[in-house]
Design a protein around this ligand. Structure first.
Ligand code: 3PG
Length: 208
C-alpha cells in the first residue's frame, strides 16, 4: 500500500515526539498491538532518524517523518527508511526533494492561498494545520467547496473527544494527533497505556 492509501484505511496518524530511540521498539509494538500500525515521527528531537529506522525495519508499520522543514531533513528521513514526510507548511524545495527520493509528501496548509500554491505543485492530499486553531471541521467544509478534489489530514488539537467531528467531514482522509502517545507515557516506557490509547482511537474511527 502507498502511504496515503494506508492512511485512508487507518484514518488516524499517531504523531510521535520521541526523546530516546531506545523507546522506539516498545512504541512500535504498542502501535501495532493497538491496531494503528502507522506513525509520524517528528524531527523535533535528535532521536527521530534512529527511531524511524528501528520502527520502519519491522516491516509491519508505516513510518513517516514529521516536522520536516528542509530538503536535508527529507534526505535524513529517506535514509532512515521513512515512507512519507509531513511538513507544518508548504515548501516547494521539500516537496521536490521528497519526490526525488520517492517519498509521499504531506505539506501543511491553513488558507485558500496556500492550497492554491499546493495545487500548482500537483498535490491533492494536504495536512490542515493547526486544525483546531484555524477553524476546525467547519473551515475544512468551507475550503472543500472551491477545492472539491482535495483531501485533508487535519492535525493540531485533534483528540478522542472531537475525532468524529473531523472524520465525518467527507474531505477528511485521516487525522493526525499526538494524544495517543503522551510524552510522559513514552518517557516512563508505559507502552501498555499507549497501546490502550491507540486501541481506543482505532475503535472510535471504526464506528464513524
Ligand atoms: C503536529 O505535529 O502535527 C501537531 O503538533 C500535533 O498536534 P497535537 O499535539 O495537537 O495533536
Amino acid at each position: 500500500m502507498s502511504g496515503f492509501e494506508a492512511l485512508a484505511e487507518y484514518r488516524i496518524v499517531p504523531v510521535v515526539v520521541i526523546e530516546d530511540a531506545d523507546a522506539a521498539s516498545g512504541l512500535a509494538e504498542a502501535l501495532v498491538g493497538g491496531g494503528l500500525p502507522v506513525a509520524e515521527v517528528t524531527f523535533r528531537t535528535k532521536a527521530a532518524p534512529a527511531a524511524i529506522a528501528q520502527m520502519a525495519s519491522r516491516g509491519d508499520l508505516l513510518v513517516g517523518a514529521g516536522t520536516v522543514l528542509t530538503p536535508a531533513q527529507v534526505d535524513q528521513a529517506a535514509d532512515a527508511g521513512a515512507s512519507f514526510v509531513v511538513s507544518p507548511g508548504l515548501s516547494q524545495a521539500v516537496v521536490e526533494r521528497a519526490r526525488e527520493r520517492g517519498l509521499q509528501v504531506l505539506p501543511g496548509v491553513a488558507t485558500a492561498t496556500e492550497i492554491m500554491a499546493a495545487l500548482e505543485l500537483g498535490l491533492d492530499v494536504l495536512k490542515f494545520f493547526p486544525a483546531s486553531n484555524v477553524g476546525g471541521p467547519p473551515a475544512i467544509k468551507a475550503l472543500a467547496g472551491p477545492f472539491g478534489g482535495l483531501k485533508f489530514i487535519p492535525t493540531g488539537g485533534v483528540s478522542l473527544g472531537n475525532l468524529s467531528e473531523y472524520l465525518s467531514v467527507p474531505a477528511v482522509l485521516a487525522v493526525g494527533g499526538s494524544w495517543m502517545v503522551p510524552a510522559k507515557a513514552l518517557a516512563n516506557r508505559d507502552f501498555g497505556a499507549i497501546k490502550d490509547l491507540v486501541a481506543a482511537a482505532a475503535a472510535a474511527a471504526r464506528v464513524i
